[in-house]
Structures are given as structure tokens and as C-alpha cells.
Design a protein around this ligand. Structure first.
Ligand code: ZN
Length: 224
């Protein structure tokens, strides 16, 4: 039998743990602010390398991860997500795929895991300037092998942009396709995952599209 004193100690301990865990949870706006602040430091080359240390590594290894944001981005080696936002271990649940497209169930499932199981309140769908996958889909010849599947997917977006904006060409066409491809990925995530739709519908998830500029290091936030 557990006596009442011991029982109340157990309850108090559980409450204390609950409060401690949730004290470090951010809402979507706070999470977005952390990313904006981190990118401002990266842009200015005044990075602080937050949460990249032995204590953080050990803490997250033992106590698990609680990333404040999920980011879907391109695999391009010039788009290192944690560096761009000046964040470290356990901060961002990153899903990267060439062209930042969200067709494959394992991509959508990865995003869903970060949102529903790790309870991240913010999902950023981030494309970037001068994306090889986007450029190949605007004007390139058909690519070989499995890369063709990525190109085909973005070709549909590029064809739609050309039809809707016949006056665009060169850089202006490219930047519009980059933007539309990001918005398409957001739509595909919502269409492909009932769990993410539900989280967004319940107000537990904010989805923010963004474009990363390879030259300046700045992240431009869309549709705010
Ligand atoms: Zn890219």
C-alpha cells in the first residue's frame, strides 16, 4: 500500500517534471522568432553556435529531443539548415530532399514525425535561390535516372508558372518557380498527411514558407 504522504510526493514530483518539461516548450511565434534571430546572426556573421557543446549533447542523448521547429529544405550543400539559423543539437528537426519537394511518403512521414511525435509547433518549408533542381525543371533537358522523378515534379510547377506569368523570364521566372515550388510542397504536405492537417487545424502547428538566399545568407519569410 502506498500511504497518502508518499502518494502526494509522487504526484508533486510528476507535476514538477511536467512543469519543468513544458517550461522549455515554445509556441509557434516564439519558435519563429528564434529562427529569425538566429538567421540575423548568421547574416551578420555574428554566430553564437548555440547548443553546440558537450552538455547539450549529453542532455539530449539522455533526455531526448524536443526540437522547436521542423524544417523541410533542399539537400543542396550550400543550405546547411542549423548553420543558417545558428542553432545546435536538438533544436531543429531537419528534413532535406533535392528540390525540397514533398511527394515521397517518407519525406511527408519525416515531417509528420517532427510535428506529431516531437510536438514541434512550427514547420518551415524552405526553398532557396539558384536551386539546381528548379533550374533543371525550367529549361534543362530530361535528367537521367531517378533524378528525373524530382525534375518531373518541379516541371509541373514550372509549366504552371510559365502559363500564369508569360512575361516572366530569366531570374524573375526562376524566383517565381522557386516560390511556387515551396507553396506546392506545403500543399503536398497538407494533402499527404491527415495528422499534419489536424495539427494545423487545431492551431497546434504554424506552417511558414521561406526562401533562403545563397548569396546573402538571408532567409526571406513568405506570406506573413
Ligand atoms: Zn536546391
Amino acid at each position: 500500500m502506498v500511504d497518502s504522504r508518499r502518494l502526494s510526493m509522487i504526484v508533486l514530483t510528476i507535476v514538477a517534471i511536467f512543469v519543468a518539461v513544458n517550461a522549455f516548450a515554445y509556441n509557434a511565434d516564439e519558435a519563429l522568432m528564434l529562427l529569425k534571430e538566429g538567421n540575423a546572426r548568421f547574416f551578420a556573421m555574428k554566430t553564437e553556435h548555440l547548443n553546440i557543446n558537450a552538455e547539450r549533447r549529453m542532455d539530449t542523448a539522455i533526455n531526448g529531443q524536443k526540437p522547436f521547429a521542423v524544417v523541410l529544405a533542399c539537400s543542396d550543400s550550400r543550405v546547411p539548415v542549423e548553420a543558417i539559423f545558428d542553432r545546435g543539437i536538438g533544436d531543429i528537426f531537419v528534413v532535406r530532399v533535392a528540390g525540397n519537394i514533398a511527394i515521397d511518403p517518407s519525406v511527408i512521414g519525416s515531417v509528420e514525425y517532427g510535428v506529431r511525435h516531437l510536438n514541434s509547433p512550427l514547420l518551415v518549408v524552405m526553398g532557396h535561390t539558384n536551386c539546381g533542381a528548379v533550374n533543371a525543371s525550367i529549361s534543362g533537358p530530361p535528367l537521367e535516372g531517378d533524378v528525373r522523378a524530382i525534375q518531373k515534379n518541379i516541371e509541373i510547377v514550372a509549366a504552371r508558372v510559365k502559363k500564369d506569368h508569360p512575361a516572366l523570364n530569366g531570374d524573375s521566372l526562376e524566383s517565381e518557380v522557386v516560390k511556387e515550388n515551396i507553396l506546392q510542397a506545403k500543399k503536398d504536405i497538407l494533402a499527404g498527411s491527415g495528422e499534419i492537417r489536424r495539427a494545423a487545424g487545431e492551431g497546434k502547428l504554424k506552417i511558414v514558407p521561406a526562401v533562403y538566399d545563397l548569396k546573402t545568407g538571408a532567409v526571406k519569410w513568405l506570406l506573413e
